[in-house]
Design a binder for this molecule. Structure first.
Ligand code: CTP
Length: 411
């Protein structure tokens, strides 16, 4: 999901069936007042709660309720033209049914078809019964959509990280507007910046079929790449092997070993403004790589001699001029102490410390529980959050770092 490099002017509001639909009249009024153009799509069930006429009067635009026009002369392919028109889509209220349809890519009405044909950001303000919102299937669908880059506006007390929503009541229109403004402000905040990110584990070959590696999956690095791209940055993602697929709009370079990763970082570092080293780079590699396959008949034991890999981030820290450097520290003990010494020895601006002993943090999880330490040795402990949320937090930090820097404040 990407916000194109243009200003957000047109907001498409999708209204699904639910009592909270009445609040959308106020939402349209607020969005209009903010200076945006609004077009409204009502699902069939939404029309039972609010009339197309109300929304047409408030939005000062035609309201759409179906894929096809009743007028045979009207040849418009609505879901495509609406997807082209919109800069951002907001669904409020978003019913459990619509959430499920989006999670499965079902396109059986105008709203769901438009969303599939849309490349920008989609924001959902769910509203449903308090038991439904806690239903594991609904929670899974929300979690899945969060991972796919959809945004959710919390219904209440629950934590977004685990898709655990509060009472199921839709956020108030003013809150929704606040969220939209925040997203829109962020969308161009890094448009002149080049961001280099490493992700996932590296593989250090033993022979042609075996390797030494670790459990890193690349989720954090990919979440960072996605968040940077959403803010308009030019992003180069150098990743070790991962099941994750390329992100549209991000230059993804796939490598295997630490040596290959280093080579790519070296060739892109100089032109970058920010380097975030989220990869779990193998510290050691087999000194000797056996040709073909090591055969067990020929060997009862094998001595593996491991040599140290270059510390890619440390090397970047030595070369750094204007670049902002952010490292990750995977720690099992003395978290802050170890992380701080890495921040200093690698000449970093920030280090994100991960407690790898926690089940909900570190390799392969969808959530992270981290602290962030800066050069002044200030520690910010963050609550458990999804990797997408952490990525957003890190880019908020980067954005404010640049803003301060532009004002001449040393951070
Ligand atoms: N890193 C790197 N190149 C390496 C090793 C680590 O770029 N060869 C980077 C990681 O991407 C991370 C940071 O350095 O941003 C810290 O990595 P971590 O594995 O926590 O620490 P190490 O420096 O490898 O030290 P140790 O494994 O002994 O804790």
């Amino acid at each position: 999901m990407a916000l194109e490099k243009k200003t957000i002017k047109n907001i498409l509001l999708g209204v699904t069936g639910g009592i909270a639909a009445y609040k959308c009249a106020e939402l349209v009024r607020l969005i209009k007042k903010e200076g945006f153009q609004v077009k409204v799509v009502l699902t069939r069930n939404a029309t039972r709660f609010i009339t197309p006429l109300t929304m047409a009067v408030l939005s000062e635009n035609k309201v759409y309720t179906g894929l096809f026009s009743a007028d045979e002369e009207d040849q418009e392919i609505r879901h495509i033209s609406l997807a082209h028109w919109a800069d951002m889509i907001v669904i409020a209220p978003a019913s459990a049914n619509t959430v499920a349809k989006l999670a499965y890519g079902i396109a059986d009405d105008l709203l769901s078809s438009t969303i599939l044909a849309f490349e920008g950001e989609v924001v959902l303000a769910p509203a449903m019964n308090m038991v439904m919102i806690k239903n594991p299937v609904v929670k899974d669908n929300i979690r899945y959509l969060l991972q796919k880059g959809y945004y959710f506006i919390d219904t209440g007390k629950g934590s977004l990280a685990c898709g655990d929503y509060g009472d199921g009541r839709m956020a108030e229109p003013a809150e929704i507007l606040k969220f939209l403004n925040k997203r829109i402000a962020r969308s161009h905040s890094l448009s002149n910046k080049k961001i280099l990110i490493t992700a996932s584990a590296t593989r250090e070959p033993l022979d042609q079929v075996r390797f030494i590696s670790n459990y890193s999956t690349g989720k954090m690095g990919f979440a960072l790449a996605e968040a940077a791209r959403k803010r308009g940055a030019e992003v180069i993602l150098i990743t070790g092997p991962t099941f994750l697929t390329d992100i549209v709009g991000v230059t993804t370079i796939r490598v295997n070993s630490a040596a290959e990763m280093r080579e790519q970082v070296v060739s892109h570092f100089e032109k970058s403004d920010v380097f975030i080293s989220a990869a779990a780079v193998a510290d050691f590699r087999p000194v000797r790589q056996f040709a073909g396959k090591i055969k067990k008949e020929e060997n009862d034991t094998i001595m593996l001699e491991l040599g140290k890999n270059v510390d890619i981030l440390k090397e970047a820290g030595e070369k750094k001029e204007r670049q902002l450097l952010i490292g990750f520290a995977a720690e099992a003990e003395k978290l802050n102490e170890n992380a701080l010494s890495k921040l200093k020895s690698k000449n970093l601006d920030y280090i994100v410390v991960n407690d790898i002993t926690r089940e909900d943090s570190g390799f392969g999880t969808d959530t992270n529980k981290v602290s962030i330490i800066n050069r002044k040795e200030e520690v910010t402990d963050l609550p458990l959050m999804s990797k997408n949320e952490l990525a957003e937090y890190i880019f908020d930090l980067i954005t404010s770092h640049f803003e301060q820097h532009n004002k001449g404040i040393i951070v």
